[in-house]
Design a protein around this ligand. Structure first.
Ligand code: SF4
Length: 414
């Protein structure tokens, strides 16, 4: 059976995911209209557990940026942000989200029948991923009455030390004080422990989900992962995310038992380093399917697989996990992580995505791709593109490069 004739076996849990997302966004929309409830916007690896424990409903604008990219409307909206002074080469999540606000359109309307993102009472960021989020939140703070607060942890860390964790814990404690003061609320520390435990459980399950790609054939691919990761970002700290991942994990383990893979007759296993190319996710998934090559692991999907919470100080756990993330580390630590991932998932070749508008989550700019190739003897391909803005992406060129890369892997195998 040729790969093109082979049938893709869908992950059934995706239907449940659709319903879960719908419930989530309808509830957020309701919360924003209810004077008794409060909505906080938070960065994707920001201190959302504190917000949940203090009774805020949390919304993650980066997900909106990804959705705008996946719906292929970013390039129409970015010019609106550029017209008010944002550089066309700055984060396309940010510029497309700002453009969408200025245009008064959102894919959430078509998807869930709501006007758009919920109005915020509070905007909270952490620059553990990039400084762009601070400026992005600043835009929304200026256009609404919402307070903007954040933490700026130390970045590009090699070893994460006790001093680093203590410093960031202090930043988070001050953030709590500011929220308490502004909203007349008190953080219930026991409730925070509960939320952190739920968050950690969802994250641990998410890691197990990703690990099912270690099987041969891999039970899921990177392109499945970028869809199924939504609950661990949007709903972590809730039982809903845990329930979802327990169901998904059971299904994936059954696929392993039945010998069902994301790619039939899998020939090669690839690592994806960097951001997804949201407008092209489907086309890229089909290309790799036809090439019988599984993108088995990625830095991106692993960004929400945190170390487990041990029941100690929840603020300390939040501080540590927030600075240990890949994007916040130095080149040596990143390379060590990649080496472990290549071994763990038995990777044949690595693709580095040079995302034009996200230097923060692009790791091919300071020689890492070459070092990986030379020091780890790993075939490497660098793809030029972007997370959301299709103007930085050539489909024909990319597909040709991927085909040539797979031919190179075939040569290596021979
Ligand atoms: S990490 Fe990159 S994509 Fe994400 S918000 Fe920052 S600049 Fe944008």
């Amino acid at each position: 059976m040729s790969a093109t004739a082979a049938k893709r076996i869908k992950i059934k849990s995706q239907e449940r995911l659709g319903a879960l997302m719908r419930e989530h966004f309808l509830d957020l929309d309701e919360a924003a209209r209810d004077p008794q409830r409060r909505v906080a916007w938070c960065t994707s690896v920001g201190p959302c557990e504190i917000l949940t424990a203090m009774g805020f409903e949390t919304y993650f604008p980066e997900n909106h940026g990804a959705l705008l990219g996946a719906r292929r409307v970013s390039h129409e909206l970015i010019p609106r942000a550029v017209a008010i002074g944002y550089c066309a080469e700055s984060c396309s999540y940010m510029t497309s989200d700002i453009g969408s606000t200025l245009a008064g359109v959102s894919p959430l309307t078509e998807a869930f029948g709501i006007d758009g993102p919920p109005n915020p009472d509070l905007l909270v960021y952490s620059t553990n991923q990039c400084r762009e989020v601070q400026d992005w939140w600043g835009f929304h703070g200026r256009r609404t009455d919402a307070a903007v607060m954040g933490v700026c942890p130390p970045s590009h860390l090699g070893e994460v030390t006790r001093e680093h964790v203590a410093f960031v814990s202090g930043l988070l404690e001050r953030l709590v004080e500011k929220i308490e003061h502004r909203f007349g609320a008190t953080l219930d520390r026991d409730r925070l422990k509960e939320v952190v435990a739920l968050s950690s459980r969802a994250s641990a399950l998410w890691r197990q989900v990703l690990d099912t790609a270690r099987a041969r054939p891999a039970a899921l691919t990177f392109f499945d992962g970028v869809i199924h990761m939504a609950p661990v970002i949007l709903m972590r700290g809730s039982q809903k995310a845990i329930d979802y991942y327990e169901t998904l994990l059971a299904e994936l383990n059954q696929r392993i038992a039945d010998g069902v893979g994301g790619i039939p007759e899998e020939r090669f296993r690839i690592y994806w380093e960097g951001m997804p190319i949201w407008p092209k996710v489907r086309e890229l998934a089909e290309k790799f399917f036809d090439l019988r090559t599984v993108v088995a692991a990625s830095t991106y999907c692993n960004s929400w697989a945190f170390d487990e919470y041990d029941g100690g100080d929840p603020i300390e756990w939040m501080a540590r996990t927030s600075i240990e993330i890949f994007i916040n580390r130095d080149e040596v630590s990143k390379q060590k992580f990649l080496s472990e991932m290549f071994n763990r998932f038995e990777i044949d070749g690595a693709i580095f995505h040079n995302a034009r508008t996200c230097p923060n989550n692009t790791n091919s700019r300071f020689g890492m791709a070459q070092r990986v190739r030379d020091e780890m003897d790993m075939p490497v391909l660098v793809l030029d593109g972007d997370l959301s803005d299709v103007r930085f992406f050539s489909t024909a060129q990319t597909m040709t490069n991927i085909e040539a890369f797979i031919e190179q892997l075939e040569e290596c195998k021979r």
